[in-house]
Structure formats: C-alpha cells, structure tokens
Design a protein. Sequence first.
Length: 432
Amino acid sequence: MSGPKKNQEQQERPHMGQARLLGTVIVAGFWLSTEALAQESRPTSALEAAAAVSLGGPASTQAQLEQDRVRRLQDSRWPGLDAALDPLEASRQRFAKRTGLNLSFDYQAYYQSATESLTDIDEAALGQARILGQWTLLNRGGENPGQLVFTLENRHLLGTDIAPSGLAGEIGYAGVTATTFSDTDTTLSVAYWSQTLAGGKAGFVAGRIDPGDYSDILGYVNPRTTFSNFSILFSPVLPIPDPGFGIAGGGFLTDQIYALGVLSDANGSLTDVEWFPGGPEFYKYAEIGWTPERSKRFLTNVHLGVFHVDERTEAGVPESYGAILSANHTINEEFMIYGRLGWSEGEAPIARRAANAGLLWRPGLYDDLFGFGATVADPVDETLDTQTTMEAFYRLDLSDNVALTADVQHMINPGFNDQDTTVFGLRLRINL
C-alpha cells in the first residue's frame, strides 16, 4: 500500500500492493454428513448445525443456509411476519425435499459514516442481494452426499459515491471497515462441487470458492451477521485472496484432531474468472487443530496455521509467509471468547505482527447477539505506527427473517491518518 488513497472498491480483502484478482478454487476437507432439510426439530445450536454440513466457516454458503434454517425455528419479536412467511418457507422446503435443490434469498443493506476523513467523503452505503443454492445430486439422504453449491449476487451503491469497502481509503485506515461490501455489480461469487467421503470424516469441494471460508476459521467469522472489520474477523497478518483456482485436502486424524491444507490462485477475483492469469502464483494455507468433537468445531477450537504466498510478478508483490495461533471457547452456548497471535514476513499482508481478542454474548433476548473485539497490529509499512482497531456490535433479532445490526469501530493511529477515527455502521439483513 503506497498511500492513504489506495482504492479498495473492487477488493474483498485488504492485500498490500493488491492489483487485479481473479478465479476459482478447489478445496478438500471434512464435515459431518447430514441432510439438514430433513431435520424438523431444533438442533442444539445454529453453529453446531452449520458445522455439521459445511467444510467452510460460518459465512460459507452451506453453513449460512443451515444457520438461517435453524433460526426460522426460533421465536422472534415479530411473530406476525413469521406466520405470514411460513407458507412460503414450507413450500420451499417441500420443493427442496422433492428435488434436492435448496434455494434461499438474502438481502443486506449497510451504511457507514466516519468522524474523520482525509477527503470530503466520509460515508458509504451498499446493497447486496444474493441467491444461495445447494443442490444434492448424488447420494441424496445417504452418508456421502454430493452437492452443487452456488451463490449469485448483485452489489450496488445506495445513494453514496463509494461502497463501504472503500471507506478505509478515504479515512487513511490500513485495512477494510466492511468486509465483503464492495461494489462489484453482478457476480457468481461461488460455484463448486461439495463431496462428502468416508461417512463425514473426509471430503472435498471443487470450483469457484472463497478461500476466506477455509482459512483460519473460528466460529464467529461471518461479516454479514457479526463483525465487519477484516482485522477483527481475521488476523491482519493473513493475506487471503479473493476466489481463485486451487486444490486442498484434509480430514480428522482422530475424533478431535484435524489437519487441513489449501492451495489457491494468489490472484483471485470476484469479478473475473480466468485460469491463472498471472501464471502459477499460489496462496497456500495449512493448519492442524483440535476441537472436542466435530460438531463443536465452530464453538470451541484451537489451531496453528501457516501460510505462504508466492511472489506476484504482475502485481509487483514479493513473496510472503507467516504463522497464526488461534483459539475460541464457548461457555454454555451463550458466551464465546476468542484470541489470535499472528506473524508474517513480506509485503502481501496488512500487518507484520498482530494480536486480536474478543467476545460474543447472547443476552437471552430471542436471537440477539453482542460482540466486542480488539486488534493491535504493527503494519508492514514500517513508517506507520502501531495500529489499534476496536469494534463493537449489537444484532437485534426482529423476526425469523430480519435482523438489524448496529456497530461502531474505533481506530487508533489509523495508518495514514494522524487523527483517531470512529466509524458508525447500520446493517439490515433479510433472508427468505
């Protein structure tokens, strides 16, 4: 990153020196084999249900579909709206059981406003409409189902000059204040084959996949339902590319210990799909982790991850590598604490060293959720001071299908800005 005005409008992730990003990914790994739509009773928790059907993290398409399904089984503040939508949801479930095609729609609207800006732009807003699909075409109802998974989306500005993902460049912040909220118009953001093997102990997914769904995942990492800042959701030492071609593999070595490796195109992109346009330049991530049982993978987890990114010649970014130690623990399914330590070498990440920690708490009011996180990072740019990022949010559960989230982010020594900056946000999510 060469200055405070770095354009991040077309980026999902805040890579230092990032240029064009493109492609598709192939990933292999593990999850429990379940037919989520066949479950009529409420699971222990939405995160347990999601961990049972997806190799990826909570934000992955399969996991998001399952979390939304479980949420519709819960009580809400707006039972009238729930009742009005019940026939539509029942019809969609009958269609899914008959055909194996599970379809869902969601819409997010996000507004952010900053207290300090290096320009006359201090606010941003974006709308994001998505169709999420999971089509079981092989061994439906069996132990090892094969599924075609996809997300088609349209992202559009809502009355402002920039998208929230571009606000960081206006305020001089080394990072991204709104992960996934970039102005990319209509895109097929993911499209992949998901195959369970060995009764759920192993498997693979292959196609156009977001590597962020498979890198350094803890159970709170979902930019549409929890935090927004990249450096709170992930460690800023990790330079995750946008979707790109690749291959990976993994599985449970015992009932509690697993290993996972990912290899993908380092020049990934949401908007373009090409076969390694920059040549064989790879993003590589591998981890070994522990969880008390497979269904608890999102709730309680400890893992050590290492990464390496090849030199990206066309983008002019030298090779980078590093390591991350991450953990989270959930108490009584109501209170989650998490922490990370990260280190890197090279120019691709935001930070050379970083520590972040936080908590999430369900106060017992419907599906309401409170979260607070903080990250202290030494930027890769050695001319910049240590940067501290804090974020707090409260997600208000209005109905089974509607949630309103208010958040505030405060940046101390925000990269290229001499003034500490606060960003206020309001996010609406509707899912059907």
